[in-house]
Ligand binder design. Sequence first.
Ligand code: COA
Length: 260
Amino acid sequence: MPYSTLLVELRNSIALVTINRPDKLNALNAAVIRELGEVTALIAMDDSIRAAILTGAGPKAFVAGADISELGECDSARARVLSENGSLIFRRLELSHKPIVAAVNGFALGGGCELAMACHFRIASENARFGQPEVKLGIVPGYGGTVRLPRLVGRGRALELLMSGAMIDAQEAWRIGLVNRLVSADQLIPECEKVLRTILDNAPLAVAGCLQMVDKQEELTLDEALALESRRFGELAGTADFREGTGAFVAKRKAGFTGS
Ligand code: COA
């Protein structure tokens, strides 16, 4: 599928999705948001894609936020629709049954930080910078920043970042748990691929189960979440991959999973 703002490359069953507006620091305009929705659907439907990496073009930015020149044209009603639409697409990305990692290669501000947080986890280059500067523009984050940031880093740290609009460097983002690991810029994509390969060696239904369970538990009570986990545990113990995984362990050989 041709995209005007994204580069999509399939590398050995991992889709490398690059937001490609480097002259505007990959800011999220309507076309980028629409195409992120399209590529999210592609990742879900295309069986040759088993995982994805999301990154930004150029050495400077992952995504420097919503496109402020477009945003500035919005009245109240349009801004609300823009937020609802983007939020829905980010949520679809987050609900993917296939792992999606954000390779944060520079500024991840506003919608960029929110996009990274909607991915399943984040790996950053040492020059990455994070922040939610929306308060400086007179708005709150519109793509889930007030929702996902406290869940990731805790309420106090999130509120400080949200209310100050301050930028933090990669080291601080790693320290507070916003990113899983830091690597040099040239190692960013190889490191993401390495982590995803480790995940893809595992039973696909079990990997999807982890994604689903961790997402679901946030809307359930502790007891409901534990009950749901037991149910999924039982279901997966009925799969061919469970026989294969346990059999391979006993036979001291590498498991060959089929996703069934
Ligand atoms: N929306 C639209 N355009 C943006 C943008 C955004 N969020 N962020 C950067 N750009 C554009 C700049 O306008 C500039 O375009 P131009 O060359 O046509 O003038 C280009 O990208 C390069 O940005 P510039 O500001 O010159 O780079 P810098 O290194 O001096 O500063 C930032 C980098 C990220 C600190 C700065 O661009 C910035 O503060 N961006 C906005 C961040 C923000 O508030 N995001 C949240 C939006 S809700």
